[in-house]
Every structure is written in C-alpha cells, then in structure tokens.
Design a protein around this ligand. Structure first.
Ligand code: WTA
Length: 651
C-alpha cells in the first residue's frame, strides 16, 4: 500500500491553467456526472453532429438475464461524417493524418481532411461496387497504412461493420474471424513492411480463405509492389477499382445503436469473442476522452503508437482524434527500427505534442539506454500516456525524466476492448499522479471494489479486491457478436448488478485506483491480451501433444511471458527440436504474439481427484515461487508436483 514516501506529481501551474480540465473542474464535473447521468451525457452527446437528435439519453440494465445497453437510442448520425465532413469547412486543408512509413528514408504523408474525404468516399464506393451495404461485415487485415483508416471510415460511411484482425495474427486466426462474422469482403495489402522485414499478408489471406465456407471477396491495397498469388474470381486491386468509381459518396443515416465495429478479443475461456461497439455513444465517449485525457487542443499533433488491430488504435488513432478535428500520426514501423531512437526521431520530425504508448515499449527502450532519447529534440511534447498493462515505477520514472524532462504529465489509462475508451485515468491538468496508479474514474464512471468470494462491496479505503463498474457509460460494448448469452455470462453473471472487468485492483487511502492484473485466465503479453485456453487448444492440436496447460509468469520486458506445460503422447520423445516445432506451430495457429516463451515437458499435470488442472500450482512453479504452493492435499497424484518443480524452466 502507498506509504508516505510515495511521491505525487501534480501538473505545473502553467499546464493546469491552459488545460481543458483542472482539479476543481474535475471534482465538479465528476459529481455532476454521477448525480445526473442523463443530464450530463445529454449535454456531452452534443459534441458530435446528429442527423436526427436523440430524445432518450440512457436506457441501460445490468440485471443478469436482462442485460441491455442503449445510449442515445432514437438519434441518428454518421460516424464518418463526424470524423471528416463536419471539419471540411473550417479545416479542409489541415492535416488529419500524418503517416510515417516503416523505412525512415521513405517520405511521410500529410493527408488533409479534404484528401481524407476523397479517399474515404472512393473506398466506400469501391465497397458498394463489391456489393457491401449497411450491416454487412468487412474484415480488415492491413499494415499500418492510411488505407486502414480509409477502410474503417469507408465502412462507417455506408453503415457496414468492420472487424479488424491484427496483421500479426496467422492465416488460421484470420480465417476463424472471417467465418465468425460472415464477412463479405476482406481488405488486405500485398505485403506489410515492419521493422525492415516484409510479411506477405496476401498469402495469409489466400490461405485463410481456404477454410472459409461462404464467398468472400478480397480487396488488395498495393503497398510493396511485390508479386502476389492472385485468385482471379474474387480478388480486386484497390487502385484499379478506385479508377472506376466516383469520389463522392453520401454518408448514410445510421442509428445510434447500429454496430460500428466488431473486434475479437481474448477471454478466460473458449475462443476469442466478437466485441460489438455501436455508433453514437462510442463516438461521443472516444472523442471526449481523447480531448480530456490527453488535453488535446486544436492544432496539436497527437501520436498513439498502437496498431489499428487493437482497440487502442480504433478509439485513439482514428475515431477519437478525427472526431475532434485533430491531427493524428499513424506509424507503420516498430520502436527499434532502424534503431532505438526511432520513436523520438518521429516525435521531433512531426513535432508531436501528445505521445501515447505501452509500458512494454518503454521498458524495452529504457533497456537500450537514454542516449537514444537524448539525440532528439523532444521540446514539443506536452502530455505522455500509457496503456495496456500496469507500468512499474522504474519505467514510469524513466518516461517522466528521460522522455518528458519532468515537465509532461503522464496519464496511465486503464481500460479494455470492452469499455471502448478510458475508464480510469489521471487528467493531465487536474491530477497529481502517482507512478503506477491509474488514479481516478473518468466522468460518469462508477468503479467499485468487491470481495472476490462474497461479492460484497468494500466501501472503506484502503480496499483490495476485484474491479467492477456499477453503471453503464456510452462506449460500453453492447453484446458479443451473435451471442448475447455469452456477453451476459462473461460480464454480468458472477457479480450481480455489476459489469465485471476481470481485473483485480486496490484503492489506496486517498481513494486512488491501482490495477493489480487479471484475476482470470487471461495473460497480458506486451500489452496484448491472450487467453491461456487459446494457446492450450493450439498446443493440443499438434499430433505430438496429449495435454497442455498454459500460465503467465513475470517477464522483465513483456510484463508477462507465456509458460506452457506440455504432456506428450506416449510414443513421442521430448527433444529440443520438438520444442522448436511446437513454438512454430503455435505461431502458425495463432500468431507470433502467442509463441510460448518457455515450454516445460510435463510427464503429468497436477489435478484434483475430479480431474481439474490446478493452475494455482502451475502459476507458482512458473513464477519460481514453489515454496508457497499452498494446500496440495486435494491432488490426485502429489508426486507430479515434485517432478515439475525439479524441472522448472524459470529459475
Ligand atoms: C490491462 C487495452 C493496468 C487490464 C486498452 C485490462 C491495464 C486489459 C491498463 C485490457 C493499465 C489495460 N494498467 N492494466 N493502464 N490498461 N490494462 O482489451 O488487465 O487489450 O483488463 O484493452 O489490459 O486489454 P485490452
């Protein structure tokens, strides 16, 4: 728990005096948002343009069995028009997107709002020509190129639902997602340059489509110009089709509760779920949090280093910044190519004012030394942000001192794919931050800490337990794609009347929140969510594997690493070659991010007499903390544990 020596970092008076929200305003607005959510969100809904204004603001129910979440339900709007058309008059020539390529010697692009309008209209007309209409699903499997943003907005313009699959996922994972939402079209590129290497995305799409039962066309962006294997009946080059369509496309009138996108994310059981976000409430919340959490002002250059394949890229590269008429940087590359100064060179080159990245990147760059930072002029920076996992104080301090020179507030933003936008975060002009704490709830958010077993609310501070949210907010996910019962069972069944986040947390004596990590079988590898069940099912799909159990363990750079216990078929030998083969296998089943860091051969797994794997014990061994295994008396074969301890991989 926080001791008296824990330093706090208040914003400077100069920062606070020009900020959208200062400390007093935060208190006042937060109280108003909790006392009268309808009044508060009714007012803030007006930050975007509506075709037909709403009269009903909030209609939400968290009761298990009847969960239903609707915001602004009788309003209509178009998300793309909000992100583009409404800015044309005042700032048509302003840069909307700065695109920075993987190779620093290639030219960056400055795409104005007028350019963006034309590109998005053309892409929307191409989609229409391929038969895509309102409510149809389009899968995006793209590098970080401007066409990724065009494609998202083109879908939004015609009311199609996009589902982005991170380009690091394998062909198998892609195929499952194309099938999962019955996509009519998949948009991809010939190749994806990243860190000086090129991934052949088109080949992955071809392979994925072999397992897709329905007809799915592909629309291919020419990025690298490399040779690709062409499927003549169903493949189309974007640049060729663009020649055949008009550069004007009307923005459809879309209901506030019509889906904007599906994004697959990992949970504790089964295969990834299709998280559904809708149009009105999502956009209001993405725009508002982008403006307030980063203290974004007109004319600022904002850079979020995430990939559009994750929710962070949706809300805080594309929808939030563009709804605010901002300038947003899209970066195709990686932090360490050509070397560890790349982030900072890009900050200098484009005079970035707000910079938002993941703790894992900060830790990796910290390890390379501060010389790489000091080569660049970072005087444009005003606000720094982190997302995706808890940040350790050492990394926080380095970010603060070496990158921010002690003058940039750091916002540690806690949120999830499911929440659509930030729920717990400091506000840079308002909050005296504590390294490692996500601090305070955003407006309208009612966090509660519950006793894990009884589910009772812990009112007093300090408190430690599971983090739930007591009432809805506009960007909350609405359902799991075509599986509302799974939505209710995952988030509303265990703690009745609350949204269950899956995270543990403590609230200190000042009422500030500290996320302690997942309380379920989800692990967080370099800020990427991975279900242990997914990795297990990939492993057991290999012919040599009879059984597998996967847990997380602390990893210096990645936050958590993947530790796999593998039991082989009785006729298989545990060799180093087989270990390599299993690593390659998991990469091809899911993607490189799921590759186990450590594989331990396990002649047996610790199970209860009823056959349930005791993961608690496996976690302890993986953490090299086998001295405190707790009660093992219910094990069917206690000697299994001794073998696992003796042969542990992390020591
Ligand atoms: C974790 C990413 C600590 C958390 C936006 C959450 C964090 C999961 C933070 C969601 C943070 C995210 N501090 N932990 N600031 N931000 N997490 O869906 O465990 O990819 O439940 O969304 O990441 O991951 P997701």
């Amino acid at each position: 728990m926080l001791d008296e020596k824990t330093p706090t970092y208040p914003p400077s008076d100069a920062f606070a005096s020009t900020a959208h929200i200062d400390a007093a305003t935060y208190e006042e607005m937060y109280a108003a948002s909790i006392e009268d959510p309808e009044g508060f969100w009714g007012e803030h809904g007006k930050r975007i343009d509506w075709i037909k204004p709403y009269s009903i603001v909030k209609n939400t129910n968290f009761d298990f069995g009847n969960v239903s979440i609707k915001w602004y339900e009788d309003g209509t709007l178009n998300v793309a028009a909000n992100c583009i058309d409404r800015h044309l008059e005042a700032r048509g020539d302003q840069t909307a997107i700065i695109w920075e390529p993987d190779d620093p010697t290639e030219d960056a692009l400055h795409i104005s709002y007028r350019d963006l309008h034309r590109e998005v209209c053309e892409m929307a007309n191409v989609l229409k020509a391929l038969g895509v209409g309102k409510g149809d699903r389009v899968v995006l499997y793209l590098p970080m190129i401007p066409e990724a943003a065009y494609a998202m907005l083109a879908c939004a313009r015609i009311g199609a639902i996009h589902s982005i699959v991170f380009a690091g996922f394998s062909a198998d994972a892609l195929g499952a997602r194309i099938n999962g939402c019955d996509a009519k079209v998949v948009i991809t590129a010939d190749g994806a340059p990243r860190g000086g290497r090129v991934t052949n995305l088109k080949d992955n799409v071809n392979q994925a489509l072999l397992n897709v039962i329905h007809t799915c066309q592909s629309l291919v962006v020419r990025r690298t110009g490399q040779q690709v294997a062409w499927r003549s009946e169903t493949d189309h080059w974007l640049h060729e089709m663009k020649e055949t369509v008009s550069d004007d496309c009307p923005a459809e009138e879309i209901g506030a509760e019509d889906p904007l996108f599906i994004l697959y994310t990992s949970g504790s059981t089964g295969q990834p779920k299709g998280v559904v976000h809708t149009s009105g409430g999502y956009l209001v919340y993405a725009a508002m949090t982008h403006q307030m959490t980063f203290d974004y002002h007109d004319g600022d250059v904002y850079w979020c280093t995430a990939d559009v394949g994750w929710v962070t890229g949706h809300s805080y590269i594309v929808y939030g910044p563009l709804a605010n008429g901002g300038t947003t940087v899209m970066f195709e590359g990686v932090p360490t190519y050509p070397d560890a100064s790349r982030f900072w060179q890009v900050c200098e080159k484009h005079k970035v004012n707000q910079f938002y990245t993941a703790p894992t990147a900060i830790r990796a760059l910290m390890g390379k030394g501060k010389e790489f930072v000091e080569k660049s002029d970072l005087s444009s920076l005003k606000t720094l942000g982190t997302v995706g996992e808890p940040i350790n104080p050492e990394a926080w301090n380095w970010y603060n001192e070496v990158v921010g020179k002690g003058t940039c507030p750091i916002v540690d933003t806690w949120w999830q794919t499911e929440t659509g936008g930030h729920l717990l975060t400091p506000l840079p002009g308002a909050t005296a931050t504590k390294p490692g704490s996500a601090m305070t709830p955003f407006f309208g958010i009612k966090p509660v800490v519950l006793e894990p077993e009884s589910g009772k609310i812990i009112d007093d501070d300090p408190a430690e337990g599971v983090l739930c949210i007591a009432d809805s907010w506009p960007a909350q996910m609405r359902t799991v794609w075509e599986d509302h019962p799974r939505f209710e069972a995952t988030y509303f069944q265990q703690y009745k009347g609350y949204y269950f986040t899956g995270d543990g947390c403590r609230r200190d004596e000042d009422g500030h929140y500290w996320i302690t990590g997942r309380v379920d079988d989800v692990i967080n590898v370099s800020g990427h969510r991975m279900g242990t069940a997914e990795v297990e099912s990939a492993l057991v799909a290999h012919e040599a594997v009879s059984e597998a159990a996967v847990v997380g363990y602390p990893h210096d750079v990645k936050g958590q690493g993947i530790y796999a216990y593998v039991t082989l078929m009785s006729n298989k030998e545990p060799t180093d070659e087989l270990r390599k083969e299993l690593e390659v296998w998991v990469r091809s089943e899911i993607g490189p991010i799921a590759k186990p860091d450590l594989i331990q051969w396990a002649p047996g797994l610790p199970k209860t007499r009823s056959g349930k794997i005791m993961r608690r014990i496996l976690r302890k061994i993986a953490e090299n903390d086998y001295g405190s295994l707790g009660d093992t008396s219910t094990l069917a074969e206690p000697e299994v544990v001794d073998n696992l301890i003796e042969n542990r991989m992390n020591r």
